[in-house]
Design a protein around this ligand. Structure first.
Ligand code: ATP
Ligand code: MG
Length: 300
């Protein structure tokens, strides 16, 4: 069974006489145990979809199933952790209070909750601020305590709306490690993001959405292959070939992907050659993402 299944989800917001068709006939499924990224420009419909998964808004059309149970049924979210976009909490609570509240709300006994809360506060660098009111926290600290609150009760599925926005590089690294640890434990993570390297580093698959419509689902591995535009061949040998000479008598040639095999054969035929390394030249994912979005604008 899919962890999350979105079937023809459509959301039209109605404001007075104005209608906003925020998401149109969106369908895709997230498998158990995968880290699934949700990418799209501002206003694409990511948060709307996430809110519908969390039962915070009602679909205009279609349905969303969590472990086979409709998202309209609160029972579907018993084992789901959620971090909203720009989280805000009752700010007179301390970080520790928030974590204890989240844990006990999900049926964890007080003693275990306290142990878990301190463990997470320590891991996320919030131990010194544990008993301070959240209103004294920085943006990144609020994000971290919100993340801790979403995982303290050991949920099977995590739904995170831009979890790493506003975090410094070290905190992002810590979050990513936590994601990987949770994946190891078999958890399913669905998160939206604008930070391409984070998506690249973590996800098995990504869904790209623009102006409310799904553009496509991509396997991360296949994107990496698709993004290989050519190769650098480093070699040693006294052969006559149009190449750049680097220190250590190493020579370099750059070829498009389609010419790799021919070039290697050509090199071999010219004499004694030692291949030192062959490096793929990859277009960065940011460029590919922009291309995908721009193409969808032309086609849409
Ligand atoms: N409550 C609302 N009432 C009316 N329109 C809304 C409402 N919430 C969102 N929208 C509109 O729906 C569209 C999708 O918004 P959504 O917040 O889902 O985008 P997003 O992909 O999360 O964007 P971002 O990357 O900026 O967070 C936008 O055009 C937005 O203006
Ligand atoms: Mg959003």
């Amino acid at each position: 069974m899919n962890a999350i299944k979105i079937n023809n989800f459509t959301k039209i917001y109605k404001r007075k006489s104005k209608k906003v068709n925020a998401v149109k006939n969106l369908s895709f499924a997230i498998n158990q145990g995968e880290i699934f990224g949700f990418l799209g420009p501002n206003g694409a419909g990511k948060s709307t979809t996430i809110k519908a998964i969390m039962g915070l808004i009602t679909p205009t059309k279609g349905e969303i199933l969590i472990n086979g149970v409709s998202s309209q049924n609160p029972q579907s979210r018993k084992k789901v952790g959620y971090l909203p976009e720009n989280p805000s909490f009752i700010d007179s609570l301390s970080g520790l209070d928030l974590l204890l509240f989240s844990a006990t709300m999900h049926g964890i006994d007080k003693k275990t909750a306290k142990v878990q809360a301190y463990k997470l506060l320590e891991e996320l660098g919030l131990k010194d601020a544990a008993k301070r009111p959240i209103r004294t926290y920085s943006k990144g600290m609020v994000q971290k305590v919100g993340f801790a609150a979403s995982i303290i009760f050991d949920p099977d599925i995590l739904i995170l709306d831009e979890p790493m926005s506003g975090l410094d590089p070290i905190s992002r690294y810590e979050f990513k490690n936590k994601f990987k640890e949770l994946k190891q434990k078999g958890k399913t993570i669905f998160f939206s993001s604008h930070i391409i390297p984070d998506v690249e580093d973590l996800c098995n698959r990504i869904a790209v959405i623009n102006r409310g419509s799904l553009i496509d689902i991509f396997e991360m591995e296949s994107i990496k292959v698709l993004s290989t535009s050519g190769y650098e061949i480093f070699f040693k040998g006294n052969v006559c070939f149009d190449s750049e000479v680097l220190p250590g008598e190493i020579k370099k040639i750059t070829v498009p992907s389609k010419d790799l095999l021919n070039t290697l054969e050509n090199l071999k035929s010219k004499g004694e050659v030692e291949i030192v390394s062959i490096n793929p030249l990859q277009e960065d994912l940011e460029t590919i993402f922009v291309e995908i979005i721009n193409k969808s604008k032309i086609n849409g």
